[in-house]
Write a protein that binds this ligand. Structure first.
Ligand SMILES: CC(C)(COP(=O)(O)OP(=O)(O)OC[C@H]1O[C@@H](n2cnc3c(N)ncnc32)[C@H](O)[C@@H]1OP(=O)(O)O)[C@@H](O)C(=O)NCCC(=O)NCCS
Length: 381
């Protein structure tokens, strides 16, 4: 028995690849087949038939809502939009050149001071906290963007869904219907992805029975990295640097020869088409056609062609979301916060699941350092 424990503790899987670290009913990724489900429902159905609010209910409750349940969730979200006054005022003191992911992380951490239910980890209270967080993420991201431009925040409209409201609060005018639809689909596609790095982070923190704000603050830190949520902004910077379809082939080949990673391509789990990329590719193309310029879509498609041929790597969720958001006029550094506006639904679903059947997450490390090193007094070193 002791021996079995010992060998389990010393089998290292770098990056925890292939390690099953939790049982979950929230979402599943089949990397070989390129399938993604949320609570059993196929992502292709959700991306073409559902709304982000419906997906939020699905992730939290394990089934699609009845109409009355969906209406209730929307009412609860609308009732939670307003930020505590002091939090809104704090944005004015953030440096104008701060990364929005950093200001979002700081704001969410601060928001916990005003939530008297944050330490109540019961499912009922946690669902209310999750609702407030889901409502307030888009409000905060829009307010952060306006504050750094010296503009006052715009109050959300109670009758609008999260995607429309976010664009409305960002730009101060009602969004184009297609833009709002595209953002809604993008939010659906990014809502959950099993034990990705930020969700795993959230579950590790939840496993200590810390409050939901701590879990989400930690998850935001994980999401900000360029190998995770930060990749979408990096893709757009790359496209801008490449400049034209004609430059793609030589630029990408050159970068690969220098062993550089091309953001938006490759995946830790998918070995075939990422089903989220299927929809974002379609939306990027249609967005370009509607705006009368498919340059950014065409460039991404060319990068896809070269990456497939040269490295056998396929686009992930970030490859085509970049050009899609760019054509909507969204600032580059808001792409990852938008990912967070979506992923808060998955994070909170996983935190609820972790709280409901908790065990502290505490893996082992393979020690590769020296042993029996004598302690030498400081003056003798
Ligand atoms: C997502 C990602 C971290 C998954 O990585 P992984 O499964 O751990 O695979 P590795 O990083 O170990 O890469 C395996 C090989 O493919 C290469 N590779 C993977 N992604 C690559 C990319 N985007 N561009 C160029 N080469 C890439 C690696 O350099 C490595 O090559 P090597 O064996 O010659 O060293 C990786 O594909 C990546 O960094 N992609 C870009 C960032 C990104 O888009 N992140 C968002 C994910 S949704």
């Amino acid at each position: 028995m002791e021996k079995a424990k010992e060998s389990a503790a010393t089998a290292v899987s770098t990056g925890l690849r292939g390690v099953v670290a939790a049982s979950s009913s929230i979402g599943d990724v089949n990397g070989e087949k390129g399938e993604l489900i949320y609570q059993g429902v196929d992502i292709h159905d959700l991306a073409t038939k559902s709304t982000f609010e419906e997906v939020v209910f699905l992730l939290w409750h394990g089934r699609l809502p009845k109409r009355t349940e969906l209406d209730e969730l929307k009412r609860n979200i609308a009732a939670s939009y307003e930020l505590p006054g002091w939090v809104a005022a704090v944005f004015k003191h953030f440096p104008a050149d701060a990364e929005p992911m950093d200001t979002l992380r700081t704001a969410i951490s601060a928001l916990s001071f005003s939530d008297k239910e944050s330490r109540d980890l019961s499912r009922a209270a946690s669902l209310r906290v999750a609702t407030r967080l889901t409502a307030q993420f888009p409000v905060i991201v829009a307010a952060i963007d306006r504050a750094r431009k010296g503009l006052d925040p715009i109050k959300p409209k109670a009758g609008l869904g999260i995607a429309s409201n976010f664009l409305y609060m960002l730009n101060g005018e009602m969004p184009d219907d297609f833009d709002a639809h595209v953002l809604d689909v993008a939010l659906i596609l990014q809502a959950d992805h099993e034990l990705n790095a930020s969700t795993f982070t959230a579950r590790v923190v939840a496993g200590t029975l810390a409050d939901m704000y701590s879990c989400v603050t930690a998850a935001l830190g994980a999401l900000s990295g360029p190998l995770h949520g930060g990749a979408n902004t990096a893709v757009m910077k790359l496209l801008i640097e490449i400049g034209s379809v004609d430059n793609v082939e030589s630029y990408i080949k050159d970068a690969l020869a220098k062993k550089q990673k091309i953001m938006g391509f490759g995946h830790a789990v998918y070995r075939t088409e990422d089903p989220r990329a299927t929809h974002l590719r379609r939306l990027s193309k249609e967005m370009g056609q509607r705006k009368g310029d498919t340059k950014w879509y065409d460039m991404t498609a060319k990068v896809e062609e070269v990456m497939k041929r040269e490295k056998g790597l396929l686009p992930n969720v970030d490859a085509y979301s970049a050009s899609t958001y760019y054509m909507m006029g969204i600032p580059l550094d808001l792409y990852t916060p938008i990912f967070a506006i979506s992923r808060i639904s998955g994070w909170t679903a996983h935190i609820l699941e972790q709280y409901a059947d908790n065990k502290l997450i505490r893996p082992r490390a393979e020690y590769v350092g020296p042993r029996n090193v004598p302690y030498v007094p400081i003056d003798e070193r």
